[in-house]
Design a binder for this molecule. Structure first.
Ligand code: DGU
Ligand code: CA
Ligand code: CA
Ligand code: CA
Length: 195
């Protein structure tokens, strides 16, 4: 952290315009009046990333509200979720979505949520203490591709995630899982979906 790092309060979602970057400069964001960080739906996200935008170098403190939302292609680099709220990040509309570096902790249920066809890559990212590392919208049949490259997952029941779509694929390499608490395997779905 730089000597000038500060805590910044948000009272509404910050919309990162299409094609631009929000650099948090190591600051910590605190949400006020945007949700309690519990499992209630309808909380607001800290950030909405419009298409081809980037969020970087920022810490998100409790309450974790509804995390951060992708709308189209987007990048979250060196974003630290200090206490995941309802979920960590959500893909709201399709694109190539990228989450790299830093970490997320304490998801009561899900870390990532995919509500639209997408390709999501987690790269050198650590997720600790949750149930599902990525969840494709329950009952949906659109195709997602989820890649985990050099990630760590700790204290999790579904280390690479859950889908109900037979065309969705999970790929992983150099992944470290510790304190795995599930009984089905690293993912929930068909064995042919993981490679
Ligand atoms: O049916 O729509 O958990 O985006 C349940 C809901 C649920 C979403 C999702 C999300 O799938 O709210 O947080
Ligand atoms: Ca939810
Ligand atoms: Ca939490
Ligand atoms: Ca959510």
């Amino acid at each position: 952290a730089s000597a000038s790092a500060a805590t910044v309060t948000f009272t509404s979602t910050y919309v990162i315009p299409a094609g631009s970057t929000y650099n948090g400069n190591g600051n910590t964001i605190k949400a006020s009046g945007m949700g309690d960080g519990g499992q209630g739906e309808g909380q607001k996200p800290f950030f909405r990333l419009n298409a081809n935008s980037t969020l970087r170098n920022v810490k998100l403190s409790a309450p974790g509200v509804d995390g951060c939302h992708f709308y189209g292609n987007g990048t979250m680099n060196e974003v630290t979720w200090q206490d995941v709220g309802e979920d960590q990040f959500t893909v709201k509309s399709g694109g190539n979505c990228w989450v790299s570096g830093a970490s997320a902790v304490n998801a009561s249920d899900k870390f990532g949520q995919a509500n639209a066809a997408t390709s999501v890559t987690l790269y050198y990212h650590t997720q600790t203490n949750g149930l599902k590392n990525i969840r494709q919208l329950g009952g949906s049949t659109f195709t997602c591709n989820f890649y985990y490259d050099n990630n760590r997952a700790a204290t999790t029941k579904e280390a690479i995630g859950r889908t109900d779509a037979s065309s969705t694929r999970f790929g992983y390499r150099a992944m470290t899982v510790t304190n795995f608490t599930g009984s089905n395997g690293w993912w929930y779905g068909r064995s042919s979906q993981a490679f």
